[in-house]
Write a protein that binds this ligand. Structure first.
Ligand code: 5GP
Length: 213
């Protein structure tokens, strides 16, 4: 298990030196979780949401087809490319990215409303999305989950029967690119053993939440 806490000079996304207690109490905080597909991120998001029932999950919008077991409005809002592109033109997205031929985006209205109302929000987005969110919310807490090895990631993706070979190959190439950007994150956790990873992740989130409440 590896957990790295970075110093201010290293991080492009530092913690403010003197957080304003008044604004901290009234505004919610964003927690961004990124990981290559197959690194266990969906499970870890569920763990956090179960542990912190008041944590809101930012349900992304996507143009990709639903996978078996995915539910509209819970896993994603599944929308057409036309609707997504209209959203780009009208500034609906706080961030968006094109991945493996599909669009993914986060509702700006959802984030702004939740944070203004004092709710902490969990986002499951990729590195491109994280960079855009940090520009808008520089105090967001960024966490990158690393698979224990590239081989394990490959075998996990291959065992996911829903994706075609080409899709898996594209995801692996993307995973390598994402892992190369892990140092942009404030925290990095290697998902060796799930219970350890869950514990580390909960501790990180708890630390920030305790600090402002
Ligand atoms: P999947 O298709 O496997 O659900 O997700 C593929 C990738 O898209 C994952 O890395 C996931 O974190 C990322 N993703 C999901 N929603 C969003 C989003 O709203 N914005 C961005 N930038 N990435 C997203």
């Amino acid at each position: 298990m590896t957990i790295r806490m970075k110093t201010m000079t290293e991080s492009p996304n530092p913690e403010p030196r003197t957080p304003n207690p008044a604004s901290a109490r009234t505004r919610g905080r964003l927690f961004i979780l990124s990981a290559p597909s197959g690194a266990g991120k969906t499970t870890l998001c569920k763990t956090l949401l179960a542990r912190f029932p008041d944590l809101r999950f930012s349900v992304s919008y996507t143009t990709r087809q639903p996978r078996a077991g995915e539910t509209e409005g819970i896993d994603y809002f599944f929308i057409s490319k036309d609707v997504f592109e209209k959203g780009i033109a009208t500034g609906k997205w706080a961030e968006w990215a094109e991945l493996h031929g599909n669009f993914y985006g986060t509702s700006a209205e959802f984030l702004d409303t939740a944070v203004s109302a004092g709710h902490d929000v969990l986002l499951d987005i990729d590195v491109q999305g994280m960079r855009q969110i940090i520009r808008r919310y520089p105090e967001a807490v960024t966490i990158f989950i690393m698979p224990p090895s590239f081989e394990l990631l490959k075998s996990r993706l291959e065992s996911r029967a829903t994706d075609k070979k080409e899709v898996i190959a594209a995801r692996l190439i993307h995973a390598e690119k994402e892992m190369a950007e892990k140092d942009r994150y404030r925290h990095i956790i290697v998902n060796d053993r799930l219970p350890d990873t869950e514990k580390e992740l909960i501790e990180i989130v708890e630390t920030y939440r305790v600090a402002v409440r």
